[in-house]
Structure formats: C-alpha cells, structure tokens
Design a protein around this ligand. Structure first.
Ligand code: NDP
Length: 256
C-alpha cells in the first residue's frame, strides 16, 4: 500500500472551482485521483477542470447548487456514471455574509446554514451508500477558525462552522464500521475571493491577521493540497472525527 497514493480513487470537491477547494483538488489530482469539480459557476468549473487535466488527472465539471436537493443528487449520480465509483467527498462549498447578529434577515441566516452545513450533511448522506459499496471512503468537511472562536460579525457563519465540527464527530462514529473516515479541516485566514471581500469590509484586517498568525502570513490555497491528500489517503486510515487547524498557528497563539 502506498501511503499517499490516490490512483483509482474518485473524489468530489464541492466549491472546487476556486480558492481552498481548487487548492485541495490540485492535491488530490496530483496524488492520482479522478476529481469532480462541483460548483455553480460553469465557466470557473471548466477552467478548473482544464487545469486539473493539465496535471495529468481525469476530471469532470458538474454544475451544482449545494443548497438544492435535486442538484446534489444529480452530482453524485453523474460522478458514478462517469467514473464508476465514489471514494472521497470534500464538503468545501461555503459562503459568508458579515453583519451584526441583529442585522440578519432569517433568509440570510438560512442561506448560510444551508450552504455551509446542511449541504455537507446531505451530500455526505448521498455519498455514503457509494462509499459503502466501494469498501470504504473519506469525507473531509471544511470548518473555520469560527468553529472555535466567535466574532461580532459572524453569528450564522460561526453556527454553521461549529456545527461542521460536531457533525463530523457524529458521522465518524456512525460510519467507522464501514471503513469511512470523516474529518474536518479548520482553515485560518486564507487569501481567497471570500476573504478579499472581508479585507474590503474590515479595516486593518490584513495587518491584524499577519500580526496574530505565528507563521507571519496569510494562508494560500496551495497550503491545503497536503492536508487534503493526507485525509483522503491510506495514511489517515485510523484518524477519524478530528478537526485539524491549518492556520499557521493562529489558533494556538496565546500572546496578546
Ligand atoms: P471562495 O469564495 O473562493 O470559494 C467558495 C466556493 O464555494 C466557490 O467555489 C463557490 O463556487 C462555491 N459555492 C458557494 N456557494 C455554493 C453553492 N450554493 N453551491 C455550490 N458551490 C457553491 O472561498 P474559500 O475558498 O475561501 O472558501 C472555501 C471554504 O473554506 C468555505 O467553506 C469557507 O467557509 C472555508 N473557509 C475559508 C477561509 C478563508 O480564510 N478563506 C477560512 C475558513 C474557512 P460557485 O460560486 O461557482 O458556486
């Protein structure tokens, strides 16, 4: 058994067309997996697939809205129709709307919870029978520093990302006997489209993140290739239910 080899494995990465998702998709592709890029923007999906094919991987674009039940079902069906199996699911699609708690509409709350948390639940449930059939599988959920901390402008986002950690533990317990490992990654502050908007909205954010992060920099999508390969490969077969910060030390910084 080659510890980090994903040859012959089939992976879905939701939100795999950019940012952290594409960083993880590149890692999985380089380790030998066939990768399904599953997100809404078809032009971005196509660009990501071309890039993964350029790395020598098999790849497929599937337009999906993870808040839509039928769309999620079709994503799993198309994956199995194209590649014959499903071994790996990375629940990465996510959004944020930054406001004080009292300013959110119920509709905004629901959209964030559905995109970030409910979708991860439902896609995992859809993937489960395919993974069982394949003799095992790997599910990777994406949390956040807001899985651990709070902030005045993140009530629904923090609720969704805290929920990701607890859901990960529950699914890990439920599916361990099926040889399915379920883990979460908690990214620190990473330079993507999501946080580009945060930097515009929160004055001084860039400098504060650099100062607070022991590594002294923002993370990049490339920082997620290695952890994705590890959590999706035989190297992590006895690791399940964990929430692993990939944050340059942000969550262990005790100095003020
Ligand atoms: P991006 O905005 O770059 O990526 C978000 C991805 O999610 C896009 O590919 C987007 O594609 C997809 N997406 C959003 N909504 C939907 C939907 N309804 N259906 C399908 N796909 C959807 O952000 P990041 O790469 O930064 O974020 C990726 C994950 O990492 C998120 O879960 C985020 O919460 C988390 N995270 C990010 C951090 C950071 O600092 N950047 C820190 C902690 C966590 P499309 O628009 O085409 O649908």
């Amino acid at each position: 058994m080659r510890l980090f080899d994903l040859s012959g494995k089939v992976a879905i990465v939701t939100g795999g067309n950019g940012g952290i998702g594409l960083g993880m998709a590149r890692g999985l592709a380089q380790a030998g997996a066939a990768v399904v890029v599953a997100a809404r923007d078809e032009a971005k999906n196509a660009r990501a697939v071309a890039e993964l094919e350029g790395l020598g991987a098999r790849a497929l674009a599937v337009a999906v809205d993870v808040t839509d039940e039928a769309s999620c079902r079709a994503m799993v069906e198309r994956t199995v129709a194209a590649f014959g199996r499903l071994d790996i699911l990375v629940n990465n699609a996510g959004i944020n709307i930054r406001k004080r708690p009292e300013e959110y509409s119920l509709e905004e709350w629901r959209l964030i919870l559905e995109t970030n948390l409910t979708s991860a639940f439902f896609c995992s449930v859809l993937a489960y029978p395919e993974m069982k059939k394949a003799g095992g599988g790997k599910i990777v959920n994406i949390g956040s520093m807001m899985s651990i901390f709070g902030a005045s402008f993140t009530a629904p986002y923090a609720a969704s990302k805290g929920g990701i950690v607890q859901m990960t533990k529950a699914m890990a317990c439920a599916w361990a006997k099926d040889n399915i490992q379920v883990n979460a990654i908690l990214p620190g502050w990473i330079d993507t489209e999501l946080t580009r908007r945060a930097r515009e909205q929160i004055p001084g954010l860039h400098e504060k993140v650099v100062a607070r992060t022991p590594a002294g920099r923002w993370g990049t999508p490339e920082d997620f290739a290695g952890i994705a390969v590890f959590l999706c490969s035989p190297a992590s077969d006895f690791l399940t239910g964990a929430a692993i910060p990939v944050d340059g030390g942000y969550s262990v910084q005790g100095a003020v």
